[in-house]
Design a protein around this ligand. Structure first.
Ligand code: DLL
Length: 433
């Protein structure tokens, strides 16, 4: 299997770590000397660049949070002048004030390089036709994937989101082999295709999906791969790191994080202490080469595990596991911690239910309630009412035994829950409204 940049991607781990250390040291000196924000932060923490004597000394540095970007809106912590900026992206601001990310030409180059490596690691290259159905514009998904796909010599079909029927026609007519979009949008496309009488599995050349930007489980992957007849690869990134940057390789055993671009730590979200490989915690990243908006020990809020074992693909760069949730999307139901991904995990193992669901949390008096609405699969929709009752009880039983909290299940008609073109919104917490 081809490797985009073998010199870097197969570099021995010791050499990689030495390179990371050099980059970290240079970055910290630069920030201490030239950035008011970072200088102040380091002073407050009582750390000087000379204190960074090994890679582990990264732990001496202060953390950064999304709030730091909000507080310095729009560009007060940028470390490049306006003349040096080549592009802006802006987050949607659904969870608060929007954040602005700036890029120099070098930043765009590193971002593209990182996706060129990633797409190649998913087995894509010249001869592939890649349909980019992430939103183009202020969101990083569309343009990020676009330039990465062009770089590897693939042919790009820049459909962006929406106009789903036309997307399916083009997928067929232009012999699209891979699609980059959210997993929920691809599921939706599969359904729309069915209604048009098109089977993505049999009537198109699609063989790979590069899916991410929202949480999804391994069970959802299995469903997508089975129903659409493709390989579904997980792609990860956040706008503060540039955008989508990292994917699984064809081994599908975790997401490779390019060490020359990002230094990963997994920390205990409560104490901030680093956790060893294999332990679940909060992903924290230092972006090593970003010029316009360097992020040091950025606490992304996503929960995952680190794996630094060598990968069968030959790449030496460490991997993180699938994102299991966010520190802030944990629901507390009657004192019990519940992650939406656990609900998806349980549902997707029940063949009688479809792939779309919604979690509604409310409070009746002093008691939290949790309702899981899930579509019945097409094949079971016409079942007798007594059979549907059995499915409902099965769903409730599975959820209760996995979550340790009782849950009401509501089976709804296929196609009746909302569909999303970009990121899906599957949790409605009425307690917060
Ligand atoms: O979603 C960048 C992106 C675009 C990633 C296209 C992948 C593909 P933001 O809008 O800043 O950036 O949102 C970042 O989305 O912190 C995660 O919580 C979530 N997220 C992104 N990818 C995944 C994934 C883009 N593969 C936030 N699995 C992150 C789970 C994901 N969650």
């Amino acid at each position: 299997m081809k490797i985009w940049n073998p010199r870097v991607e197969e570099m021995p781990q010791d050499d990689l770590r030495r390179q990371q250390f050099r980059l970290l040291k240079t970055l910290i000196y630069r920030l201490y000397s030239f950035s008011e924000f970072y200088h102040r932060r380091m002073e407050e923490q009582g750390v000087h660049p000379d204190d960074i004597r090994s890679l582990d000394d990264v732990r001496k540095l202060p953390f950064m949070f999304k709030q730091d970007l909000r507080d310095s809106y729009p560009d007060r912590i940028f470390t490049a002048s306006r003349e040096e900026l080549a592009r802006y992206h802006v987050s949607s601001g659904t969870t608060g004030k929007p954040t602005v990310v700036g890029y120099t030409e070098n930043d765009l180059e590193n971002w593209t390089e990182s996706l060129a490596r990633a797409f190649t690691s998913c087995g894509l290259g010249r001869g592939d036709v890649i349909q980019v159905s992430y939103g183009y514009g202020l969101f990083t998904g569309g343009l990020g994937a676009h330039y990465g796909a062009e770089r590897i010599g693939a042919t790009v079909l820049p459909t962006s989101v929406g106009n789903t029927e036309r997307q399916i026609e083009l997928m067929q007519d232009l012999h699209v082999t891979a699609i980059a979009c959210t997993p929920s949008y691809l599921l939706h496309m599969g359904e729309v295709a069915e209604r048009m009488g098109v089977s993505i599995r049999d009537d198109t050349d699609l063989r790979a999906g590069i899916l991410g930007a929202e949480p999804w489980t391994g069970q959802m992957r299995d469903r997508i791969e089975e129903t659409l007849g493709i390989k579904a690869y997980d792609i990860y990134g956040t706008s503060e790191l540039s955008g989508p940057m990292f994917t699984e390789c064809t081994e599908q055993q975790g997401i490779h994080i390019w060490s020359d671009l990002a230094l990963v730590e997994i920390i205990d979200p409560e104490t901030g202490e680093p956790l060893p490989a294999g332990e679940r915690g909060e992903l924290t990243i230092t972006v090593l080469q970003k010029e316009a908006l360097p992020m040091v020990r950025y606490r992304i809020g996503d929960i995952t595990v680190m794996n630094d074992e060598p990968c069968a693909c030959g790449r030496t760069h460490p991997r993180i596991g699938r994102i299991q949730g966010r520190v802030d999307d944990m629901l507390i139901i009657r004192g019990i911690n519940v992650f939406p991904s656990q609900v998806e995990h349980a549902l997707m193992e029940i063949p009688q239910v479809g792939s779309h669901y919604q979690i509604v949390v409310d409070r009746k008096g002093a008691l939290d309630t949790m309702l899981v609405q899930v579509e019945v699969s097409e094949a079971h929709f016409s079942d007798k009412i007594t059979d549907l009752m059995v499915i409902k009880r099965l769903v409730e039983h599975r959820l209760r035994s996995l979550l340790n909290v009782s849950v009401d299940a509501e089976l709804v008609e296929p196609g009746s829950l909302p569909r999303f073109e970009g990121k899906s919104k599957r949790v409605i917490d009425r307690r917060k409204m």
